[in-house]
Design a binder for this molecule. Structure first.
Ligand code: GTP
Ligand code: MG
Length: 455
């Protein structure tokens, strides 16, 4: 048994600086880590704690964290966004151990920031807030990579006043969602208040603070069992399935426990249920110092230990859906047991009942699960929930459901296209289709429509 680095996911509204923030953190870790200890991943960036300590030394001492950090570092998941976050699903929660909700300090919490917040909360993931674009506070004097705590001491009063006003506004907004938050150095009880760390992805100010707050929150709020990894068959989740030139269909997978080996039997899932295959190749990026030709960035490896991000090459991966669990099997007698486990997990997400309710459709297991969780929280009954574009059968089911209650004659479609023939059929049967990329917008539209139907 050993302790792995926590997975951290970055969320927030468009253009708040998620990508740049990750780039900055990654750049910092590359610059400050010791040569030789490079671990590269697919879709994940590893930031060793030792690099953080070197980068943020004076702040580590000021906050009295030296010698107190036992996590090996952080694994930042490189694909920010709420659909990607949904696909990090794992039975009973998320593969993400922590989230950073990024907001633009000059504009506060925006629409997709709220969506992110709701998703993070629905999966029970602890989070912190990065109030980014600090350098855009009027009159702020920047020094590259300076910790926020040191920077704030050096500002003119009017810059401080503008900063405080912006933070105050953000705290206010968050309180409307039932969240108590404060500037991180003023938080008294981290179990009740969410820390806000002002950052700039351009100047690097506050990045040190962000990493240290992450470390503190990791050690206090991630259950230790969740960070324990053992030597056994790998467990993970499929993040993305895609066609790669020369390799066929590959799966990018996040492994959170165990060891995955070339030749392992793996069980994962497609729309129709569990799928069994065998790992033909495991692919990782080459270490940075060996990466000469950008065309030749990857290498095959024999095995990968959790926690990690890895690309799997295997037959029959086409049809595997993002958000599906993926489990390796070492003892072939266990295959049926694991297949059954995957089947049960999938049937918890896909719903098919005789009770009346709405029809839900989403593009992946992850987004479908988020949608089901959300609708249930709002008290909306579901008759059928499935992955992929709506079909003829959905329209038929919606018509049946409507007999009981007219507000159930609806198909809610998240991140999927509507085939024209289904659209026509729905139209002629009087079934409403509500489509969108933002969950609570779909829900709001549904509520509005159902009120119209009732009157
Ligand atoms: P999406 O992926 O489109 O949702 O955006 P994002 O959140 O990844 O934002 P991204 O990192 O692409 O940054 C968006 C814009 O904001 C870019 O023009 C960045 O240069 C700028 N930006 C990001 N962070 C900062 C910051 O801290 N300060 C300033 N001044 N500009 C920033
Ligand atoms: Mg981005």
């Amino acid at each position: 048994m050993s302790i792995r680095s926590p997975f951290v996911v970055v969320m927030g509204h468009v253009d708040v600086g998620k990508t740049l923030l990750l780039d900055k953190i990654r750049g910092t870790s590359v610059a400050y880590r010791e040569p030789g200890m490079i671990t590269q991943h697919i879709g994940v960036s590893f930031v060793p704690w030792q690099a953080v300590e070197r980068f943020a030394g004076p702040l580590v001492d000021k906050l009295r964290l030296r010698g107190k950090i036992w996590i090996p570092g952080f694994l930042f998941i490189d694909t920010p966004g709420h659909a990607a976050f949904s696909n990090l699903r794992r039975r009973g929660g998320s593969v993400a151990d922590l989230a950073i909700l990024v907001v633009d300090i000059t504009s506060g919490l925006e629409e997709q920031g709220v969506e992110s917040l709701k998703l993070i909360q629905s999966r029970g993931v602890p989070f912190i807030i990065a109030a980014n674009k600090l350098d855009r506070i009027y009159g702020w004097k920047s020094v590259e990579n300076r910790p926020f705590l040191f920077a704030v001491e050096q500002q003119e009063w009017h810059a401080i006043a503008t900063l405080e006003e912006a933070i105050g506004k953000l705290i206010d907004q968050l309180s409307r969602f039932g969240i108590e938050a404060d500037r991180y150095d003023r938080v008294r009880d981290f179990s009740k208040q969410v820390p806000i760390v002002p950052t700039s992805a351009v100047t690097g100010e506050g990045i040190a603070d962000l990493l240290l707050v992450l470390a503190g929150v990791s050690q206090r709020f991630i259950p230790r069992e969740k960070l324990s990894v053992s030597y056994g068959p790998a467990k993970g989740v499929v993040m993305e399935v895609k066609e790669e030139r020369g390799l066929g269909v590959v799966a990018d997978v996040i492994l959170y426990d165990g060891v995955l080996k070339k030749g392992d039997v793996i069980i994962t899932a497609g729309i129709d249920g569990p799928k069994e295959t065998k790992v033909r190749m495991l692919i990782m990026p080459k270490p940075l110092d060996e990466m000469r030709d950008p065309e030749d960035r990857y290498m095959a490896v024999e095995e990968v230990k959790a926690a990690a991000g890895v690309r799997i090459v295997a037959d029959g991966l086409d049809g595997v859906v993002a958000g599906a669990p993926i489990f390796a099997v070492w003892d072939l007698q266990d295959i049926q047991k694991v297949v059954q486990l995957v089947r049960e997990e999938i049937s918890e997400i896909k719903i098919e009942t005789d009770r009346e309710g709405v029809i839900a459709r989403a593009d992946t297991f992850g987004t479908l699960e988020s949608m089901v969780l959300f609708l249930r929280q709002q008290g909306v009954p579901i008759r059928r929930a499935d992955v992929g574009p709506p079909t003829h059968k959905d329209v038929v089911e919606a018509v049946l459901s409507r007999r009981k209650n007219p507000t159930y004659g609806v198909i809610l479609a998240f991140n999927v296209k509507i085939p024209p023939e289904v659209e026509r059929e729905a139209m002629s049967s009087g079934i409403k289709i509500i489509r969108g990329e933002i969950l609570y917008r779909i829900f709001d539209e549904y509520i509005k429509w159902s009120q119209e139907v009732k009157t």
